[in-house]
Design a protein around this ligand. Sequence first.
Ligand SMILES: [Zn+2]
Length: 463
Amino acid sequence: MRKLLAVLLVALVGLGLVWFLAGRAAGPTITLASPSSVIGQKTPLKFDVYAPGGALTDMSVRLEQGGQATALGTLAAPQALKVAPGADRVSVAGEIGRSVAPGLKTGTATLVIEATRPVLFGLRRVSSVVRKDLQVRLTPPTLAVLSQFHFINQGGAEVVVYQVNPADVPSGVRVGDREFVGLPAAGAGIPNAAPGLRVVFFPFLFNESPAAPVSLWARDEAGNQARASVDAKVTPKQFRKSTIPLDDAFLQKVVPAILQNTPDLQVADANDLLGSYLTINRELRKRNNDTIRQISLTRSAKEILWRGPFRQMMNSAVEAGFADERTYTYQGKDVDKQVHLGFDLASLQNAPIHAANRGVVVFAGFLGIYGNCVIVDHGMGLQSLYGHLSSIGVQEGQTVEMNAELGRSGQTGLAGGDHLHFTMVLQGEFVNPVDWWSSQWIEDRVMRKLRAAGAPAVAVPTP
Ligand SMILES: [Zn+2]
């Protein structure tokens, strides 16, 4: 009897210990991704709650300010929150701000997230709570267009000078549904610029509708937005159509060389020259253009490096223009269609290729359909590209003056004969170089606006 009592006592103590320890287990882990510090009218709310098996018994979200609490949702009644259970976590997304808490005032508010998970086979529960103080900012940024006369060629570029307040919010130009970023005016050579003075160089895509609206955008951390329309006149351009007949000699010349230099490109059958060519012309072209886009968006200086009009390859014949629509034929049948987003300029074999303007080399190497290729950054989102070179004479990181030799022309990549493929890239998009070759365009479209905004008169050097 006494033995039995002792066993029962030990069992009871053991159970009590298990019960006690279970209650001391860690609660769910709550990680808040957004907001980070500021909320406004409508700010994204995003957080994850980690628990074994994604099992939660409860979760609640509320916003507190001045003793008032606004419930934003619970596990049982999520309201506007989107609750997505996963294998080891529950992901929650929604919005926070005056849109869901109409009484919210400028000042400080506290976001409170609580979560509870089951332990000990669901017999006990453990909780966690996260409290995050947030600044409430309800006034949207303001925008004012300062430059005048925005005349844009479809497929070309344009400049807007504007003022944004507060000075630290991201802003720029929107064309249709594409956004481009404005940079502090000091980068455009405007000394003592007001803190929110911005200059944006932006592309108007060749395939954008000429009727697409052009406006300024600004968006603060709290998600407050501003918009101001830009008075812009777009000149529609007719782009040429051309036909490129493919023959076996050409395919034999370009396909194996590109495949050899691009081992990670998957083709169904390397012996099928036309099939491989089409993979190169479609997939590799897209991949190469993505690389160019990334270089343009991530490797451009915050200030203008170029001076005066850009230089066109000397004594060259134009073999193909910007945005020519090319139909490729093989044995009389249409096999592909692509848009040629550059100029093909031919002169002599192995002709010296010069930098079109001052800048920094940001790419020098083999780039698929462009063969041996050099990209020069001219700052504030603008870059120039030189393709099909036989040899490259510069290195990445090197500063080059206008006319510096970058290499020699050739026919590497997708090239039928020795020529230079030249194009310009602005904020990730190909733009027609013709504008940049014109001293009148540089003066009217760029220099006049920068001077009006306070830049000193810049003499345009003749190339
Ligand atoms: Zn070309």
